[in-house]
Design a protein around this ligand. Sequence first.
Ligand code: ADP
Ligand code: MG
Length: 339
Amino acid sequence: AAQLNQRYTFDNFVIGNGNQFARAAALAVAERPSRAYNPLFLYGGVGMGKTHLMHAIGHEVKRRNPASVISYVSAEKFTNEMITSLRNDRMTSFRDRFRSVDVLLIDDIQFIAQKERTQEEFFHTFNALHESMRQIVIASDRPPKELAEIEDRLRSRFEWGLIADIQPPDLETKVAILQKKAESEQVVLPTDVALFIASNVRTNVRELEGALVRLIAWCQLNHVEITLSATQQCLKQFIDMQVRKVTIEAIQRAVAEQFGMRVADLKQKNNSRQVVVPRQIAMYLAKQMTEASLPEIGRQFGNKHHTTVMHSIGKIDEQRRTDKDLHRMLNKLQETLNG
Ligand code: ADP
Ligand code: MG
């Protein structure tokens, strides 16, 4: 179908912890329309891949059965077309159009909240399709339960089939998405660059891709290779703009919470092992995530000498390379702090 984006296929969709359930459900639906789950209700935040998965279903259904009729429409477009049809006395053709498809993919359904007439019309469309065993796939920014201001009879239908959520990608998934995207652009993306982008750009995949597109263009225009330092330079503003500024206080709070201790413990002259390691971790993160100098970091950790700070950072840096658990914990902390 013409309305489908060629890039949004299952092949191009990177599987991660947060999306594997939704992806598997989408694939099952594409393989057995109206026989697996009907409707399939996908929900998740902005840029999580909901629209991508819907298009992927469309492509896959079409690939398996070229004769099938697929319609992808945003709830907003559905609404506008309905209004136009009402005005021009063409409701019959509007209804025929949506009730004759094999697969209806309707995106951003939250849009019809408070729109009674649209809900009414969609209710009948839904029933007509469901009764004649046609597949319906719905995407939303929130689960059916939280779709306040959508009639109960419609909301309850959204819960008839399968509800699948998409959670934000973790760091590894973000890196994989970037590498896949770079590959499709035929660009070599060094791992340290991918990691830098993935850990500095928020979890929204669209912004992640935006950063990569910007980087590729910037390096091409400046005739430089894609290196970490080029990336830092090119994305500095971009990242400052969208990443919440991380403060040493926030780092101390996050680390204290992680280890079940008080922030004050990180600053005291206590050198027991239980305190030393978390303190080293917090200093390391302060160096990685803020622009504070070594003496400044030292001051915020109970007036430690800058050489002590440097030693601490070096220790964690070294350990991170071999200690998988530590590496994972640091990723997690960084992710939390980046919001
Ligand atoms: P949503 O509809 O949830 O707001 P989109 O489907 O529009 O998000 O995704 C935003 C962008 O991120 C698209 O370019 C999409 O291809 C990409 N994207 C999201 N998740 C993935 C993924 N798991 N693998 C590859 N690309 C993804
Ligand atoms: Mg979308």
